[in-house]
Design a protein. Structure first.
Length: 384
């Protein structure tokens, strides 16, 4: 099997997907924007071939690299990146080479918030009402004096170019600064974000699933400059799992990770967003530490055509806790290890692209009880 992997070097821990694929005999061809000598030696040795492009944002360069591998090594059977920015080019490459996986006409609902809403409605999962913005008058009619509402790009990720509209003056201001692309306006929902996350086999069956609770959404984390933290649940709420499974089935997500976000409002769930990739940051590490498993190997096993089913249990709560350099914390790094060392399973500097949301330094901690997990989180973010 020949698998084309876009950006196998970033984020750095995703190189473990490549190493695992190689262990199953898959020929992995990597496209990066770095020279050989800048790649991790383990990653480089796991690649059957490496093609450097000047920019991974240049679709033409990625296609040229893919054609090179196809011409020299034969049919491209799979295309992957596990990253949102390349979902569209992945699909185009599958169109071009006839590769297994989502094609261009199957991913619109992942790119557009408005089409995600249609998926939720189809499977009768509660969600906020929304519209693709056409003009000012349409927005006024939709709002009907019931502020606030939330506006975000119909295609896009993260907190960039999002707006909370609390009064008519805010709406007027938005129309003065908005870009030319489509925006999606929806009812404003405030609640706790919980996710349904996991992995499917080649037939779309869920073989692994878990759930996480987040301290805030990305928009508010950035606006308030808060510390980011979230943790896994040991018992997935029945309603959350029911809705999550319905979305995964309807979206026909196959041999991929998924990350579906919900708001929990007054004890009830409202669907927020579908992501056909692993959750961000080092959440794949969190999967492993929470269950004592290896999801990098598990995914590679599925893709390479081996047995997809494995036993696992949600043995621990595992939390990510980010710290920022613009504040003074009560406990130093060394003091945290002195106090909670047996529970801190990983710590690492964050990538500069993640600073704004996730902080400059991240900790992964695990404990058997939610109470102890939250105690550790509290100590990590406590300021002096």
């Amino acid at each position: 099997m020949n698998l084309l992997y876009i950006s196998p070097h970033y984020p750095a821990h995703y190189s473990q997907f490549v190493e695992s694929l190689a262990s199953y005999g898959v020929n992995v061809f990597g496209i990066t924007d770095l020279p050989d000598e800048a790649l991790d030696p383990k990653l480089l040795s796991s690649l059957k071939g490496h093609y450097r492009v000047q920019s991974l944002d240049d679709e033409g360069q990625i296609f040229a690299a893919a054609e090179f591998f196809s011409n020299h090594f034969g049919k491209i059977d799979r295309v992957e990146s596990h990253l949102e920015p390349w979902l569209e080019v992945e699909a185009k490459l599958r169109d071009h080479f006839g590769s297994v996986g989502f094609k261009s006409d199957e991913i619109s609902f992942i790119k557009r918030k408005s089409l995600m809403h249609e998926v939720f409605v189809r499977v009768k999962v509660p969600c906020a009402n929304g519209i693709v913005i056409k003009d000012y008058e349409q927005c006024v009619k939709f709002i009907n004096k019931k502020y606030p509402v939330f506006i975000k790009p119909d295609i896009g990720v993260g907190a960039s170019d999002t707006y909370t509209i609390r009064k008519e003056e805010d709406l007027k201001s938005f129309f003065k600064v908005k870009s030319d692309y489509d925006y999606y306006m929806e009812e404003y929902v405030s609640g706790v974000i919980e996710s349904f996350d996991g992995l499917t086999d080649c037939d779309g069956n869920i073989v692994f699933c878990t759930s996480h609770i987040f301290n805030n959404d990305i928009h508010n984390l950035v606006a308030r400059n808060e510390n980011c933290w979230y943790y896994s649940q040991r018992n997935i709420p029945a309603e959350l799992e029911k809705y999550g499974r319905a979305v995964v089935k309807n979206a026909n997500i196959r041999e991929k990770f998924f990350h579906i976000e919900f708001f929990k409002v007054n004890g009830k769930y409202q669907a927020l967003e579908i992501n056909m990739r692993p959750p961000g940051g080092v959440t794949t590490h969190m999967f492993n530490f929470a269950c004592d498993i290896d999801v990098y190997d598990w995914w590679a096993c599925i893709v390479s055509g081996n047995e997809p089913k494995r036993d696992y249990s949600l043995k621990y709560h595992c939390a990510f806790v980010g710290r920022k350099h613009d504040r003074t914390y009560k406990y130093s790094h060394d003091e945290l290890y002195e106090k909670w060392g047996k529970h801190i399973v990983h710590s690492h500097p964050m990538n500069p692209l993640e600073y704004l949301v996730m902080g400059h330094w991240g900790y992964l901690v695990r404990a058997e009880t939610e109470e102890q997990t939250l105690k550790i989180v509290k100590d990590i973010i406590a300021e002096s």
